[in-house]
Write a protein that binds this ligand. Structure first.
Ligand code: NAD
Length: 249
């Protein structure tokens, strides 16, 4: 039997980048993965890839804007009605909207906080009710080293990612007795659409700060998430696992 067989996972921002790799790595281990994203087309290609790769688990595409609190409630009800369990939650959806502090608009701050932090609160609150009933759960929040180090032009993003770390530690303390773990994965620079938009000279400078001398791949983050979701991580909770080639230490 595969490690995550019969388990049900919800992953947000599953259509591309790190989230897509997480969906594939959990389904490869046998989980049924409810992959959420705003675009139906992008999710279909993810489900097709999993079929082609003959993954043991299923990918169930689900259109969801994580900034829509009511839609989050409906999604969790639908998944729990269909499967009667939610074992794994990965809050991965995230955006940047960079700008220097003095010219940062309220909207720019609020939208990043909503997509990156409030959404994780709404989803975790809803899913935790099901996990508590079953006395089992793995919650994994995707933060960033920016939430630990700060970054010029990212007051909004760094605040949201630091907020995820504090929230996760509180949840870990609150739900530990119910056999629910909550951990954080904090990537450094990973090759995705989010970092593709950075200028080449900035990427070259960043590489100089990374002891391993390169940007990371999405699979290198996804494998850590799969580890935290699996049996081998049963005694790990409230931790921040940094996946950054040694950039922040
Ligand atoms: P990406 O831009 O390639 O993917 C982000 C995903 O989030 C997409 O699937 C997008 O559709 C989804 N998303 C955004 N807003 C959404 C919304 N309102 N509702 C539903 N889905 C939404 O980025 P990525 O690099 O794969 O980032 C994934 C996560 O990893 C993010 O939380 C990001 O902050 C974090 N991260 C990335 C890096 C990096 O270097 N790429 C570094 C540190 C942390």
């Amino acid at each position: 039997m595969l490690e995550l067989e019969k388990q049900v996972a919800i992953v947000t921002g599953g259509s591309r980048g790190i989230g897509r790799a997480i969906c594939l790595s959990l389904s490869r281990r046998g989980a049924t993965v409810v992959a959420c994203a705003r675009s139906e087309a992008a999710l279909k290609s993810l489900a097709d890839d999993a079929m082609e790769g003959q993954h043991a688990g299923r990918i169930e595409p689900s259109v969801l804007d994580v900034g829509d609190r009511d839609a989050i409630g409906k999604l969790v009800d639908t998944v729990s009605d269909a499967h009667e369990r939610i074992d794994i939650l990965v809050n991965n959806a995230g955006i940047t909207h960079d700008g220097l502090l003095m010219s940062m608009e309220d909207d720019q701050f609020e939208s990043v906080l909503t997509t990156n932090l409030r959404s994780a609160f709404w989803l975790t609150r809803a899913v935790s009710r099901i996990m508590v009933r079953r006395r089992y759960g793995r919650i994994i929040n995707i933060s960033s080293v920016a939430g630990m180090m700060g970054n010029p032009g990212q007051a909004n993003y760094a605040a949201s990612k630091a907020g995820l770390i504090g929230m996760s530690k509180s949840i870990a303390k609150e739900l530990g007795r119910r056999k629910i773990t909550c951990n954080v994965v904090a990537p450094g620079f990973i090759t995705t659409d989010m970092t593709d938009i950075l200028p080449d000279d900035l990427k070259a400078n960043v590489k100089k700060l990374i002891p391993l001398g390169r940007l990371g791949d999405v699979e290198e983050v996804a494998e850590v998430v799969a580890f935290l979701a699996g049996a081998a991580a049963s005694y790990i909770t409230g931790q921040v696992i940094v996946v950054d080639g040694g950039m922040h230490m």
